[in-house]
Structures are given as C-alpha cells and as structure tokens.
Design a protein around this ligand. Structure first.
Ligand code: APR
Length: 320
C-alpha cells in the first residue's frame, strides 16, 4: 500500500516542525507548500537529509505549486502571519482571512478528500472560513487548539502535583482565545477530578485559579518570551496527534474546533469541543453537560467567536 500523503500549507515555524514530526513518525510522505520561494524546498531537503541518521522512510518535497498537494490524505494549514508581542490572535484576522481564501481554493481544487486541520489564527474564525472557501464537508475540516490548550493545562497540573503528565487528563472548551474555558471539573489525575484533589489538600483553589489563567494566557506567555513569533513545537505536536488519529483510525477523544450544528445548543458554528477523531474525520462531538458557571464562560467564549465571524463576513461578502 502506498504511503499516505500529508500536505502542509505554510512552511514556517509550525510547518517545518510538522514536517519533521510527520517524517520521524513515518506518518506518510510530506509536501510542504509555501508562497515564500525556497523556504519549503530548503526545509524539505534539510529534513530529508536527517532521514539516514534517524532511519525514517518518508519522502519530502517543497513547492509553490498547489498541483503538488493533489490527492493528499491530510492537509494541515499554518499559512498566514503569527502574533508579535502585544498583539492578540484577533489582530491577525484581516490578513489571515485572505490567506484562507487562497488556501481553501487550493485544497478544493487539489485534495477535496483530505482531512483538513487548520492552525492559523484567530483559529475558530479561520477554520470556519476555510471550510466555506474549500467547500469540504464540515466533518473533514477542523481546527487545532483544544489539544494544545489541554496539553498546556496538563503540563501545568503535572508540575503542580509532581506527577507524571501521562496520568493527568484535562480539556479546554470554547474559542482559542482569552475566553477559552479550561474545564476543572472534567480534568483529573488518574480519574480523580481536580475539585476532589483540592479537597484532599493536594493544591488550593487559588493555585488552581492561577493555573487556569496561565493556561488561557499560554500562547501569550510564549510570544512574550520569543518576541519574534509564536509557539511552534507544541502546536505542531498537537496537530500531528490529530492527524495520526485520522490516519490510523484511532477514534481518539480529543478537543478540537469542530462544526457544531445542534450540539452544545449551537446553530452551525466552529468552536472548541470534545470530539472523536477517526478515519471519518470528526466522527462525533461529545456533547457533555455544562454546569451553570461553565455554561456562562462557554457562552462568553461563543460570543467572542461570533464577533470574529461577523468581522470576517464584513470583509468578505461571499461568506455566509
Ligand atoms: N499561502 C501559503 N503560505 C503562506 C501564505 C499563503 N497565502 N501567506 C503566508 N504564508 C506562509 C509564510 O510564507 C510563512 O512561511 O505561512 C508561513 C507562516 O509561518 P510563520 O510566519 O513561521 O508562522 P507560524 O509560527 O508557523 O504560525 C502560523 O499558526 O499558530 C498560528 O498564529 C499562528 O497564524 C499563525 C500560524
């Protein structure tokens, strides 16, 4: 059987890391597409030259021609501009919306059967626009945010409790922005919910509140440190986890920006929710019950995402 084909649209910091991880994990052959001449070609060749030492079998190609992504099984989109210090993800909307149009059309014309994972920010609005521009079914287009936000939450929790992060589960709901909702009630250490761990004296409510806030600010913390761009190792790793779930039909339960039509009381919009990812793409949305406080935070997050969607519609009248 031929190796799967993975198209990476955008060969910048995240795109290059995605290519390296996909090759090292032998997920398939990789095509890196970017408008910047030489960047995808250079990164593809550099990574290919690490193959003999690492011992992976994968071909890598860099290109400026959409025809080269033809027939891709997975397409991960990072094309666009990242944040600089002081910018919010929302500040990127105008520029990145135009990028989503050209990328969506490239996907539509060349790999309409792909499972598409969008990473470009502001995430929830960009994945919504990308789905419309590409015309692919909504269950085959999703956004990577929840896996990353949850990984950040899990990392901070594992440090706080001094336990293996393998035993920490957590998830984050809502939009990928300041209003995201890290779920304390549904996050656990080996099945023990965080509120119980507070009762057991493992941590305090104040420390938990600080970890929740640090999770919300996780992207800005990295931008503030790097100064010239935003996070790329953990975002790439998170998207690869989703791509692997699709390619290997793992039926992983992962939070991602998925199209909700009825679920969570939403009327056709993309937002971060728990999903099942397998060979069918986003096969299911896990429609958990929220308590009053969670619902209020989720509603505020929905409102923020709706504001971005409205702003997109004002820029491009073809979006509905
Ligand atoms: N088509 C293809 N590639 C494009 C286009 C386009 N229309 N416009 C820009 N690019 C490419 C750039 O040439 C660059 O190589 O997208 C790449 C983006 O890479 P970086 O600037 O390194 O950004 P990165 O850190 O990878 O983040 C990409 O993901 O997390 C989000 O906020 C982040 O929106 C940003 C995206």
């Amino acid at each position: 059987m031929a190796r799967p084909k993975i198209a990476l649209i955008g060969a910048g910091q995240i795109g290059g890391t995605l290519a390296h991880l996909a090759a090292m994990k032998e997920l398939g052959d990789v095509v890196l597409f970017d408008i910047a001449q030489g960047t995808p070609e250079g990164k593809a060749l550099d990574i290919a030259e690490s193959g003999p030492s690492e011992g992976f079998d994968a071909s890598l190609k860099g290109t400026q021609d959409y025809a080269d992504i033809a027939g891709a099984d997975v397409c991960i989109v990072t094309a666009g501009v990242p944040r600089k210090p002081g910018m919010s993800r929302d500040d990127l909307l105008g520029i990145n919306l135009k990028v989503m149009k050209s990328v969506g059309e490239g996907i539509r014309d060349n790999c309409p059967d792909a499972f598409v994972i969008c990473i470009t920010n502001p995430l929830d609005a960009m994945v919504w626009a990308l789905q419309q521009f590409s015309g692919l079914p909504a269950n085959k287009v999703c956004g990577m945010a929840g896996v990353l936000d949850s990984a950040r939450f899990r990392h901070f929790l594992a440090e706080e409790f001094n336990v293996s992060m393998k035993d920490v589960t957590a998830f984050v709901l809502g939009g990928h922005g300041d209003t995201m909702v890290p779920s304390v009630r549904y996050s656990t250490v080996a099945g023990i919910p965080l509120p119980d761990l507070i009762d057991m004296g493992w941590t305090t409510q104040d420390k938990m509140d600080a970890i929740v806030q640090r999770t919300r600010d996780g992207g800005a913390e990295i931008v503030g440190l790097l100064k010239t761009g935003s996070a790329f190792y953990a975002p790439a790793t998170s998207a690869i986890e989703m791509a692997e779930a699709f390619l290997k039909d793992q039926k992983r339960v992962l939070p991602c920006a998925a199209y909700c039509d009825g679920e969570f009381g939403l009327d056709g919009m993309y937002v971060g929710v728990p999903t099942v990812i397998g060979a069918g793409g986003v096969e299911k949305i896990v429609n958990i019950k929220l308590n009053k406080e969670e619902q209020e935070m989720f509603d505020a997050s929905i409102k923020a995402v709706q504001g971005l969607v409205t702003a997109c519609k004002a820029i491009d009248s073809s979006l509905t």
